[in-house]
Design a protein around this ligand. Structure first.
Ligand code: ADP
Length: 404
């Protein structure tokens, strides 16, 4: 079965088509600037060097999906000869509130549930829903599944998910820790068990998803026990442009001193903070590493603060799980920056965590990078959220077919 994976943002759409008989990627692409001037699609067929690009006005997500289908059917760059070859569609959805702890087949009740929790993820869920509805309009007979970023973290126990504010706010508004990047944390944890050849039920794993958005998760017996992102993706680690953990009194202080409104402050905390705000250079670690080499002290401080917070969470999660067997690095920065991994793992020998600086010189390739005598395995595992979404979709649709 061929499964189409859709990841819809407000003005962008990423897609992949996978053949699930052997889990191979057939094609992938990106539609950018949907509904704004300069819309374009870039499409790549696996094994072909040149990309297919088309700049054409696209008014909405329906237009975007139509162009995706055309690209998949294209006589030179296409990978299917008819739409009927696409057996299912898997949608990445950011927030399922407390509704779903697993991926689900999409029906009307799922769309309603997603609309009901749209205020929990106002930037993400509405475009996710738009993407689902656009696909349903164009492929009405094709079964579709929703795979949620929050689902994996629904096993976090109450003592880790409630905030110590009046309990009625949890009851009234469901204000609690949800956590994000769940599909990625789950994928790399499962790969860790495979690579180490140990049943995941016998492992305590700390997964560090370090991209532009970043989070750390404590995973015991295959279940998320705690994670650093919270009610929104703003909590936890210092990120590209997000502040991460913060004394909330700073918000009122800044409001008064800078005469800023709450939305303005929230914009500062989400878009102008993190390593970007600290360094004044960039949110991208490639630029920061260059700036550090050139002697920029604030860039150096930003990198140190980032690594300090990751170490802080690693320590906390060792305590929460009463130990750790494996620490995993993934996502853009975790997969590519030997430098940042080395700072994070520096001098943790007393905890049995010893990075091998030679093995650490690797980029984007599954590897064990700890010393042979390290009690804790340190791994680099490229994440693959799309494969995870495709697997869940494939499983759900096969089950549906068996039950029909
Ligand atoms: P997201 O999906 O959250 O946008 P990614 O997982 O794609 O983020 O990670 C993007 C980040 O990864 C970049 O902002 C950059 O900081 C970091 N990154 C990517 N490649 C490299 C590299 N070669 N060296 C250092 N950092 C890198």
């Amino acid at each position: 079965m061929k499964v189409l994976i859709i990841n819809c943002g407000s003005s962008s759409l990423k897609y992949q088509l996978l053949d699930m008989t052997n889990e191979t990627l057939l094609a992938k692409g990106l539609v950018e600037r949907i509904g704004i001037e300069g819309s374009a699609i870039t499409h790549e067929k696996t094994g072909r060097k040149d990309k297919f690009t088309l700049a054409t006005p696209m008014e909405d997500h329906n237009d975007a999906i139509r162009h995706v289908i055309q690209a998949l059917l294209d006589k030179d760059h296409g990978v299917v000869s008819s739409m009927d070859e696409i057996g299912a569609v898997g949608h990445r959805v950011v927030h399922a509130g407390e509704m779903y702890s697993k991926s689900v087949l999409i029906d009307k009740s799922v769309i309603k549930a997603l609309n009901d929790c749209a205020d929990l993820a106002p930037l993400h869920n509405p475009p996710n829903i738009t993407g689902i509805e656009a696909c349903q309009a164009i492929m009405p007979g094709t079964p579709m599944a929703a795979v949620f970023d929050t689902a994996f973290h629904q096993t976090i126990p109450p003592e880790a998910y409630v905030y110590a504010i009046p309990y009625e706010y949890y009851e009234k508004y469901r204000i609690r820790r949800y956590g994000f990047h769940g599909t990625s944390h789950k994928y790399v944890a499962e790969r860790t068990a495979d690579i180490l050849g140990v049943n995941i039920k016998d492992l305590k794993i700390i997964t560090c998803h370090l991209g532009n958005g970043a989070s750390v998760t404590a995973i015991k017996r295959g279940k998320s026990l705690d994670t650093s992102m919270g009610f929104t993706p703003l909590e936890g680690l210092v990120m590209g442009t997000r502040a991460g953990d913060l004394d909330t009194a700073i918000i009122q202080f800044l409001c008064e001193k800078e005469d800023m409104s709450l939305p303005e402050i929230m914009n500062v905390l989400n878009m102008e903070s993190g390593v970007y705000g600290l360094s004044g250079v960039s949110s991208d670690f490639r630029d920061l590493e260059q700036a550090v080499e050139a002697g920029n002290e604030r860039a150096a401080l930003a990198v140190k603060v980032f690594a300090h917070r990751v170490r802080f969470y690693i320590g906390a999660y060792i305590a929460i799980m009463n130990g750790v067997d494996a620490i995993v690095f993934t996502a853009g920065l975790g997969e590519n920056s030997a430098e940042v991994r080395a700072i994070i793992c520096n001098e943790l020998g007393n905890l049995g965590i010893k990075l091998d600086l030679v093995k650490n010189k690797v980029r984007g390739k599954e590897s064990v990078i700890s010393k042979d005598d390290s009690r804790v395995a340190i791994l680099l595992i490229p994440t693959n959220e799309e494969l995870m979404i495709a697997r869940d979709t494939y499983k759900l649709v096969n089950k549906l077919k068996r039950n029909v």
